[in-house]
Design a protein around this ligand. Structure first.
Ligand SMILES: Cc1ncc(COP(=O)(O)O)c(C=O)c1O
Length: 421
């Protein structure tokens, strides 16, 4: 009798000995992260990567903040620290301090225990957990996102179970805010719809509403019962001041209404790969916040069980120590200032070169990115001829630029706009 083979291939393994995954098609590269993949493959010594949304020093190197190194040293030297699982909601200290950072230390919402905060996997994870919570527990499943926005937003919210629509945000002719379009589109949204707002340093445009415009947006949204979901990926990184960059969020919390906020420590503490962030849901009462938190646990537990401990411990160590906190604000301001300085250098160099066009948007826009106005053909040309890498929408990361690379970029932009109108 023939013995039965206990590890016989599954029937689907392919009659011809091929892979059971033979029908899996090659997926396209991520439009943002794919820029770095292409950059890495380019052997040119003059190549510049302006696609990646990560801070670089004047020497083009990634930066670990000194204050982060100090906090890590304190953690390593503390023998009472263990590697046990965190609770589903993360590190309690980290959550409290994160809420204080975004809403302000004297926020009534915090004092009245109306905020449910959970530690999540950086900004992206916070958006995803918030999105899934809304899809399960909120009556309106449509989320309005700005046009344009960070490329991951539509995917995150669609997969969270929400239906994604856009509102007008950017006006290419003025390279500024399309405020009328924004108000018109939000006015036409169904009552109760969710609205994704970039707290500051809008990505990819670098265009933010003024405080006066924020106030008008707030009045309109509150009058229509639209639910604000803030994405705060750049607090302190835009202006160099943590409180100034949180003003939009604080205006909405000050009126006593409800909102969600996704925070990331990737940029402002340089903790990109540590994946540290927080989702806060501001509720009307402490009782509602407690129930909301209980449901957030049910979203998180089957998703990744509980968040990682190391990055959150670094953040908590810095935020709770007066001296470390102060050191952080100084290092943060230095990063923001270098970016602002790069804007000025690029603008001055284009002017000096006589490159056709009004480049004043470079110094008017805020945060990590400049939305140059270069079209896809011009971007392709600059990559092919000058080895300058950026997303196809013409967005460049100012943080990836240095005094040394500005002249090369100016040569490329000049050639692109004069040769390829
Ligand atoms: C607008 C915006 N939101 C969220 C994120 C999320 O970043 P992370 O998940 O690394 O915190 C980014 C990162 O580039 C961003 O630009």
């Amino acid at each position: 009798m023939a013995s039965q083979n206990p590890i016989a291939p599954s029937p689907a393994a392919g009659i011809y000995g091929g892979s059971v995954f033979a029908n899996v098609v090659q997926a396209p590269e991520d439009p943002i992260l794919g820029v770095t993949v292409a950059y890495n493959k380019d052997p040119s010594p003059v190549k510049v990567n302006l696609g990646v949304g990560a801070y670089r020093t004047e020497e083009g190197k990634p930066l670990v903040l000194n204050v982060v190194r100090r906090a890590e040293q304190l953690l390593v030297n503390d023998p009472s620290r263990v590697k046990e699982y965190l609770p589903i909601t993360g590190l309690a200290d980290f959550n409290k301090l994160s809420a204080k950072l975004i809403f302000g230390a004297d926020s009534p919402a915090i004092q009245e225990n109306r905020v449910a905060t959970v530690q999540c996997l950086s900004g992206t994870g916070s958006l995803r957990v918030g999105g899934e919570f809304l899809a399960r527990h909120y009556h309106e499943r449509t989320i309005y996102i700005p046009q344009p926005t960070w490329g991951n937003h539509p995917k995150v919210f669609t997969l969270a179970g929400l239906s994604v629509k856009t509102y007008r945000y950017y006006d290419p002719t003025t390279r500024g805010l399309n405020f009328e379009g924004l108000l018109a589109d939000l006015s036409a949204a169904p009552p109760g719809a969710i609205v994704l707002l970039h707290a500051c340093a809008h990505n990819p445009t670098g265009v933010d509403p003024t405080l006066d415009q924020w106030e008008q947006i707030r009045l309109l949204m509150r009058s229509k019962g639209l639910l604000p979901f803030f994405d705060s990926a750049y607090q302190g990184f835009a202006s160099g001041n943590l409180d100034a960059d949180a003003q939009s969020v604080r205006m909405f919390v000050a009126d006593g209404g409800e909102c969600l906020t996704a925070q990331s420590y990737a940029k402002n503490m340089g903790l990109y790969g540590e994946r540290v962030g927080a989702l806060s849901i501001v509720c009307k009462s402490a009782d509602v916040a407690t129930r909301v938190e209980s449901q957030l646990k049910l979203v998180i537990r089957p998703m990744y069980s509980n968040p990682p401990i190391h990055g959150a411990s670094i953040v908590a160590t810095i935020l709770k120590d007066r001296e470390l906190y102060h050191e952080w604000t100084i290092e943060l301001k230095a990063m923001a200032d270098r970016i602002i300085n790069m804007r000025q250098q690029l603008f001055d160099a284009l002017r000096a070169r006589g490159t056709p066009g009004d480049w004043s948007h470079i110094i008017k826009q805020i945060g990590m990115f400049t939305f140059t106005g270069l079209n896809t053909e011009q971007v392709t040309f600059m990559t092919k001829e000058y080895h300058i890498y950026m997303t196809s929408d013409g967005r460049i990361s100012m943080a990836g630029l240095s005094s040394k690379t500005v002249p090369h970029l100016v040569d490329a932009i000049h050639a692109a706009v004069t040769r390829m109108k």
